[in-house]
Design a protein around this ligand. Structure first.
Ligand code: HEM
Length: 432
């Protein structure tokens, strides 16, 4: 097995803790090197686990919740920590919330009704029905990429696979894949100048303030989704679009055009970036920890266990936000009604109270109670079983094909304190 480390960073126990007064979770630039975020989280967990983080105007700051136990408490208690005021850091007025809300921003009955429209489609039973399709797709993606010898693992493997799965779930032609990937990049990458048409914090973004992620690309996604609705309304299709437009939620209130737009856009952006970055981070970790790759090569039956460690290690979504509905004490701090409360899943996934040697990447780790999909609350990731299955099948197919893999260039990160993303992962492989 050849494996040479070059310029890419890995997550490790901070050699030197970052001084508390240098921590700034609101600064997207601090998330560019793949190391500083973990130093900030370490300091916060140890010195100020529920920390008041000021933000530049027009925002008002937020509570950064960094311990596993407190994150789980916030995620579970939707009455005290509501999603209905928005779940990203941006602060929206009531009118914007009304226009932009997806199921992420609903609580209670309506949330359950909207979620249950697709719940079965994301259950293990339905996923098992297309496991063979997933395996065939993975094999094709890998054979094409690996035959190149040297290639960008992100473009050729990690990005290609989840989008093909989405295209199948939506029943749209694979020719549309690149378009779907670009939309995801432009929308979720709204703080990265390489991706965004309009940067989230720019003045220009004001004119897009009623659109998801303030991104003009959202309009293109809406138009694409609406065309699919026109084609499928009243039909007998079993794809996700047909299910959304031809079923009535169990609270009896049909989906409005806007409900559909926002649900559809969430499906397009939620599953691709996240799964893609998990696969890239996992590959990078296996390159940087070749003894862990060897373990999986020697005993592939460990891969399902390893998937949970991949998810913990990667944490592709750094955080989601809630808003306090009343004054409440949290980790010794007095949170006031209306305050933003942010669950830093990435930090909870390195919490020493929960994970033995949390900075060790250990593919045999058991009882891996990670927070990567949220924890226990009503918004637990709808696609978690699908993502887990995709990642498992990817590595079940990849690992036996590899004799060696090494980095062949720099590993740039997405400029974002929301998505923990890898833009490029140049690799050189030798085949088994
Ligand atoms: C590794 C991959 C993924 C990660 C890390 C991830 C992460 C998350 C997290 C943390 C939440 C909770 C949001 C909150 O509490 O406010 C969430 C919700 C959600 N995810 Fe995922 N996700 C992944 C893959 C997927 C996939 C593949 C899909 C579907 C195609 C998907 C669809 C959704 C939806 C629809 C919700 C909203 C659920 C609700 O509000 O009830 N996700 N995801």
């Amino acid at each position: 097995m050849t494996s040479t480390l070059n310029t890419a960073d890995t997550h490790h126990a901070p050699d030197e803790p970052m001084p508390l007064d240098e921590v700034d979770l609101a600064d997207n630039d601090k998330f560019l090197d793949g190391v500083t975020p973990w130093r900030m989280f370490h300091t916060l967990r140890h010195q100020d686990p529920v920390h008041w983080q000021p933000e530049p105007e027009p925002n008002h700051g937020f509570w950064a919740v960094t311990r596993h136990e407190d994150i789980a408490r916030v995620g579970r208690d939707a009455q005290t920590f509501t999603s209905t005021k928005f779940v990203n850091l941006e602060e929206l007025d009531d009118d914007q919330i009304k226009k932009r809300a997806s199921i992420l921003e609903l609580d209670g009955l309506r949330h359950r009704a909207m979620r249950s429209l697709l719940q079965r489609q994301f259950g293990q039973g339905v996923i098992n029905e297309y496991a063979d399709f997933l395996r065939g797709l993975t094999a094709r993606t890998l054979d094409t990429a690996l035959a190149k010898g040297t290639f960008d693992f992100v473009a050729d493997v990690s990005a290609d696979f989840p989008i093909n799965v989405l295209a199948r779930l939506l029943d749209v032609p694979p020719e549309d894949n690149q378009q779907l990937i670009d939309w995801g990049n432009r929308i979720i990458g709204n703080t990265d100048p390489d991706y965004a048409d309009v940067l989230l914090h720019s003045e220009e973004s004001e004119q897009y303030k009623d659109l998801p992620f303030r991104s003009p690309a959202s309009l293109e996604v809406f138009e694409y989704g609406r065309e699919l609705v026109r084609q499928r309304r009243g039909g007998t299709g079993t794809d996700l679009i047909s299910r959304l437009v031809n079923q009535t939620p169990r609270d009896g209130v049909p989906l409005s055009a806007q409900d559909f737009d926002n649900y559809f856009l969430l499906l397009v952006v939620a599953g691709n970036e996240t799964t893609r970055h998990t696969i890239s981070h996992s590959m990078l970790a296996l390159i940087q920890h070749p003894e862990q790759l060897t373990r999986l090569q020697e005993d592939p039956s460990l891969i399902p266990v390893a998937v949970e460690e991949f998810l913990r290690w990667a944490t592709p979504v750094y955080h989601f936000r809630r808003t306090a509905t009343r004054d409440v004490e949290l980790g010794g701090k007095q949170v006031k009604e209306g305050d933003k409360v942010v669950m830093w899943y990435a930090s909870g996934n390195r919490d020493e109270e929960v994970f033995g040697n949390p900075y060790d990447f250990d593919v045999t780790r058991r009882h891996n109670d990670h927070l990567t999909f949220g924890k226990g609350g009503p918004h637990l990731c709808l696609g978690n079983l699908l993502a887990r299955t995709e990642i498992r099948i990817m590595f079940e197919e990849l690992i036996p094909r590899l004799a060696g893999i090494r980095l062949a260039g720099d590993v740039p990160r997405v400029r974002s304190n929301f998505v923990n993303g890898i833009k490029k992962l140049p690799v050189e492989v030798t085949l088994a």
